[in-house]
Design a protein around this ligand. Structure first.
Ligand code: HEC
Length: 172
């Protein structure tokens, strides 16, 4: 505790994002993060995820998540490489995170990482659609992923690409 206080007060810890966290700090942050998400995800009750939700989640995912997390065969934006932690690729995130956990993560964000909270700007229905889309990524081919439109307005792209009620275009 005393050592922590000295480090905090003296500026001895390098917060530069160009440097990796020291392994102990990295472990502490990551373990705190994983345990927190799992605990809070347990408290969320999920609706049944449908194909329509997956389809409706595609364009918000491409508009709001892809530049940091990439997609199936799509890389993250160049600037996201400079973040610490680097936002992990989500193509296989469903193997680690359940839908309620993804929902909770997206709604509340992750402190001190750059992972934004979308709950203030997006309703639960939109966030469940995004969670459904993330759950579908491991099964998705590059071609299927690419066929989804990133534009809320146009209905082109994958077959049966529809927007569920309540996911009206919001331009962001
Ligand atoms: C500005 C960049 C940024 C944006 C935009 C962003 N994220 Fe993140 N996200 C992060 C970072 C950084 C982490 C890593 C947090 C950590 O490891 O502590 C993260 C972590 C996650 C995780 C946990 C992944 C893992 O394996 O640890 C999920 C799931 C996730 N984000 C989903 C999303 C979704 C879905 C969206 C879009 C609605 C999104 N994020 C938008 C930066 C971003």
């Amino acid at each position: 505790m005393l050592i922590a206080l000295i480090v905090i007060l003296t500026g001895g810890y390098n917060v530069a994002a160009s440097e990796r966290h020291n392994p102990i700090v990295g472990w502490a942050l990551n373990t705190t993060f994983v345990n927190s998400v799992q605990r809070h995800g347990d408290e969320v009750s999920a609706p049944e995820l449908t194909r329509a939700m997956v389809d409706a989640g595609a364009s918000p995912y491409k508009a709001m998540c892809q530049h940091c997390h990439g997609g199936v065969g799509a890389s993250r934006a160049e600037w996201a490489q400079g973040m610490r932690p680097i936002p992990p690729a989500l193509a296989n995130a469903a193997e680690q995170w359940s839908a309620p956990e993804v929902f909770w993560l997206v709604k509340h964000g992750v402190k001190m990482t750059g992972m934004p909270a979308f709950g203030a700007t997006h309703d639960d229905q939109t966030i469940w659609n995004i969670a459904a889309f993330v759950q579908a990524l491991p099964e998705m081919s590059e071609a299927q992923y690419a066929a989804y439109s990133s534009d809320h307005g146009s209905g082109d792209g994958a077959e049966g690409h529809r927007h569920a009620p309540g996911t009206a275009p919001h331009g962001g």
